[in-house]
Design a protein around this ligand. Sequence first.
Ligand SMILES: Cc1cn([C@H]2C[C@H](O)[C@@H](COP(=O)(O)OP(=O)(O)OP(=O)(O)O)O2)c(=O)[nH]c1=O
Length: 199
Amino acid sequence: MTASPPDARPPLVLASASPRRLDLLARLGIVPDRVVPAEIDETPAKDELPRLLAARLAREKAAAVAALAPGALVLAADTVVGAGRRALGKPADAAEARRFLQMLSGRRHRVSTGVCVVAPDGTRRERLVTTILSFVQLTPAQIEDYVAGPEWRGCAGGYSIQGRAESFVRFLSGSHSNVVGLPLFETAQLLRGLGWLRP
Ligand SMILES: Cc1cn([C@H]2C[C@H](O)[C@@H](COP(=O)(O)OP(=O)(O)OP(=O)(O)O)O2)c(=O)[nH]c1=O
């Protein structure tokens, strides 16, 4: 009889260029074996709802990287800010970040993250997590000040809750890590469900 190898888990590939996702996984004690950012078109389809966009893009990122990483367990995510029916992705420039913050000021909005895992045998598991937030009314000076800094860059909705923008958040209901880019409770559940993480 041959003994099973000490760690028979497939290698984990994180399909993301986001340093936030790497940091969040580290909080679960997980260090991916490889990081392979997915190159996909993130343009929303016409009238696509924000949360459905997040789910679709996570699925597409996972599929794109799974095709490049046979034998691996691939984890991908996508975070979208939803202001009503409008999906706010990563602002292209400061002017767009300013418009996004004006839109979010004094309002309730949702942040949705799609998480998709593809196992080596092609099994796909997904979760879609939504957090509800409410921003205080921002003054024009607050918005200008924020946009003059670096924290809006690369962040859906033009803000980063892990920085100064936490002071804009009057109310949050749901997962905080979901807003930062990866809902940790649900991600751990997915990995446990596939037997990759111990129960
Ligand atoms: C709302 C919000 C978003 N974000 C980040 C999380 C995501 O990195 C980013 C949303 O863009 P995504 O397209 O989800 O991710 P990404 O482009 O950074 O990385 P990749 O596509 O390679 O996985 O916004 C924060 O860090 N803090 C916040 O408060």
